[in-house]
Write a new protein. Structure first.
Length: 267
């Protein structure tokens, strides 16, 4: 079933391949599940079941006007996992998908999930708060939101240039750009506000399953000092795996390493 109804008249697209232990992938902003193409290749060959969800507003999912909060995304993920009746899931969230995964574990009491993989996660806090001055200034994030409102094509191209530490082919960059352009403009703006403003620190105490935090040391989007290191310290059973030659887009910067790490963790 490529589409699953998550609320009345709202369907999300799900790519479900393989038949082994399930790994559920939650993509980053403003992409979709196809960003994990090169993880699927390896993990399917290793005997895993790979389930990619296009969050509402993205990819081939419905794009309703309205709520793009972490509550809404987490509830959509729960609806998908319940419909598929999967157990023993390794939940793998990248960037905004990492924020969604963090919040899912608290909001839905870790339902159906045995392992948590947070990849370049936009979690727990991105921008500065009164008790978190280390965060990015909102002025560093707001140009992305304004760009999405006024010239989303250029904003996506500019954002893509921030993703990688290693050189990527022009064709790869064009492909990443095209994934971002499949998103709804309203969803792009609304969910950027979500990850800009969220404070998921309270959720960390509710996470009890084994957790791996995979983060590039050269990440310019979600710097490791305010995300990966905070997650590893705040989640009881978390280990931080540093990717020494990666920026934010470690799935392309160090594809072989992340693939092997996920296979070992989920196996």
């Amino acid at each position: 079933m490529p589409h699953i109804e998550v609320e009345n008249e709202v369907d999300v697209f799900v790519r479900d391949l393989g038949a082994g232990d399930p790994i559920v992938f939650l993509h980053g902003w403003p992409l979709n599940h196809r960003m994990f193409e090169y993880q699927f290749h390896h993990l399917l060959e290793e005997g895993f079941r790979c389930i990619g969800i296009d969050l509402r507003g993205y990819g081939e999912s419905d794009k309703p006007y309205g709520d793009y909060s972490y509550d809404r995304f987490a509830d959509d993920v729960r609806a998908v996992l319940d419909e598929l009746a999967v157990e023993g899931v390794t939940l793998a969230g990248f960037s905004m998908g990492g924020g969604t995964a963090t919040h899912y574990m608290s909001r839905h009491d870790e339902a159906r999930v045995d392992n948590l993989a947070l990849i370049s996660a936009a979690s727990p806090v991105i921008t500065e708060k009164p008790d978190f001055p280390e965060g990015l200034a909102e002025s560093e994030v707001n140009p992305l939101i304004e760009g999405a409102r006024t010239d989303r094509a250029k904003m996506n191209a500019d954002f893509d240039e921030m993703l990688f530490h290693t050189e990527q082919s022009d064709e790869m960059m064009d492909w990443i750009w095209s994934l971002g352009m499949e998103a709804s403009g309203q969803a792009t703006v609304a969910s950027a506000k979500t990850w800009r403003d969220a404070d998921l620190r309270p959720d960390m105490a509710d996470i009890t399953v084994p957790t791996k935090v995979y983060h590039g040391v050269h990440d310019e989007v979600t710097p490791i000092e305010i995300t990966g290191e905070v997650l590893a310290e705040g989640i009881e059973n978390a280990d931080l795996v540093r990717f020494e030659n990666s920026g934010h887009g470690l799935v392309a910067d160090e594809t072989e390493k992340i693939n092997e790490e996920l296979a070992d963790f989920a196996g």
